[in-house]
Design a protein around this ligand. Structure first.
Ligand code: AMP
Length: 429
């Protein structure tokens, strides 16, 4: 048996209801705030991600599905959405549009990760980007919109963590300062943290070792090293969130696996998710467009995992699938209880009439299906029950049909051509 690749999954018909709900909420919330949908290709030149996301990040180092396009150029299945959206912004000259350009997407992404619950190799993200605005309102608005989406979806136990990274230069100087501090306190650090001082000093903040934690209480914090403009921007974002009544924790240790962030950084988590608790997050990326060859343009955005949202949201209320009418051809010698008997010839003659009736009903706006398997009448009626069909039309010959109201069981004989009108009348009652 051939199976779907490890870490991928099929989105089955039974999964569609919840996904439809998510898409509808995202579309409603983001469209109302002036965001337009964009879809970029599933693969891009590899250098878009090595330059955009950062050559040293985990994503670029070990999680990309890259392949040769046959002409010596390396392409990569997109691992994230911001770099492609910025590429499209530059490529289509969107800087000529009135600023800011507000975009959203709902797409599949690909990362060669170790699959587990909530972590897949092909997954979906809904994302939003504001390009061409550097005001703190843009950051706060995006956070509010993601919060609204999570709330609309009923995501349980949501928490918001917030930080500011300042500028890359600030970060570089801070990293050197932190490394120095860790070196000076190396004797009190766990072996694991000690071994990674040079490689990733920020990880020391995540250690659960009590002695390491004690050392980290006194460690310098990036938030205390922000330049005055960055500190002011961050203070404004916090004020706007406070005014909007959005709760958050300042987390000076918040890190995300993408290099392009400047200033605001945020992440929503859900305690109901276990180990993979990140539902969605994002931040500001004021240098990215320039890094990709565009004019210096500020940007800010987020991406949220569709599977994580659905895992963290209790069952969504779903509208039942509606079937107004199931059209059956009375099989040879098999007549409805109150209808005329159908002979083999009649049944044969009934087929085009039944086919036409289903078409006519759909054209009239009804959800109508034709019975396709040649079931016996009894089993077709059972099938209609399973589908939740409101009416069944048993077409007896080219002229006559029996229309059965499945709720009450009443039947009437009428011309095939009168069935749709009868249902529409019934619908209006
Ligand atoms: P990131 O682009 O890494 O910031 O991820 C944004 C969001 O996408 C995360 O908060 C998750 O909800 C989701 N996500 C990221 N990677 C995966 C994955 N491998 N499988 C499922 N969801 C993911």
């Amino acid at each position: 048996m051939i199976q779907a690749p490890k870490g991928t999954y099929d989105v089955l018909p039974s999964d569609q209801g919840a996904r439809r709900t998510l898409r509808a909420h995202a579309e409603r919330i983001l469209t109302a705030a002036g965001y337009s949908r964009i879809e970029t290709p599933a693969f891009e030149p590899t250098e878009l991600f090595s330059r955009g996301v950062g050559a040293a990040t985990d994503i670029v180092q070990k999680e990309m599905y890259s392949f040769d396009d046959g002409a010596g150029r390396s392409l990569t299945l997109r691992p994230e959405g911001t770099a492609p959206v910025c590429r499209a912004y530059i490529e289509h000259g969107m800087h000529k549009l009135p600023a800011p350009v507000k975009l959203w997407y709902l797409s599949a992404f690909f990362r060669a990760e170790n699959p587990q619950r909530g972590r897949y190799r092909q997954f979906w993200q809904v994302g939003a980007e504001v390009i061409g605005a550097d005001s703190p309102e843009a950051d706060a608005e995006l956070i509010v919109l993601l919060g609204e989406l999570l709330e609309a979806m009923g995501v349980a136990s949501v928490r918001l963590r917030l930080a500011s990274l300042g500028q890359p230069e600030t970060r570089g100087a801070y990293r050197a300062e932190l490394t120095e501090y860790l070196r000076a306190n190396a004797a009190s650090l766990s072996a694991e943290v000690r071994a990674r001082i040079e490689l990733n000093p920020m990880r020391a903040f995540d250690s659960s070792d009590p002695q390491t934690r004690a050392v980290m209480v006194g460690a310098p914090k990036l938030l205390d090293r922000l330049g005055p403009d960055d500190a002011e921007h961050f203070a404004c974002v916090r004020e706007l969130l406070d005014a909007a009544g959005i709760g958050y924790e300042i987390d000076p240790t918040l890190v995300r696996g993408l290099d392009y962030y400047t200033r605001t950084l945020f992440e929503f988590t859900s305690d109901s998710l276990g180990a993979q608790s990140g539902v969605g997050g994002g931040g500001r990326y004021d240098r990215l467009i320039e890094q990709l060859g565009g004019k210096s343009t500020p940007g800010v955005g987020w991406a949220a995992g569709v599977e994580r949202i659905l895992l963290a949201a209790p069952d969504q209320p779903r509208a039942p699938e509606l079937v107004d009418l199931l059209v059956i051809t009375a099989p040879a010698g098999d007549a409805p209880a109150a209808g005329p008997g159908g002979s083999g010839d009649d049944a044969r003659a009934a087929r085009p009439a039944a086919f036409e009736l289903a078409r006519e009903a759909r054209r009239a706006g009804l959800a109508a299906q034709l019975e396709l398997t040649g079931r016996s009448l009894k089993s077709a009626l059972k099938h209609a029950d399973r589908l939740g069909a409101r009416y069944v039309a048993i077409v007896n010959d080219s002229q006559q049909a029996t229309l059965r109201d499945m709720a009450g069981g009443e039947q009437q004989e009428l011309a095939t051509g009168a069935v749709v009108a009868a249902i529409l009348r019934g619908k209006r009652l």
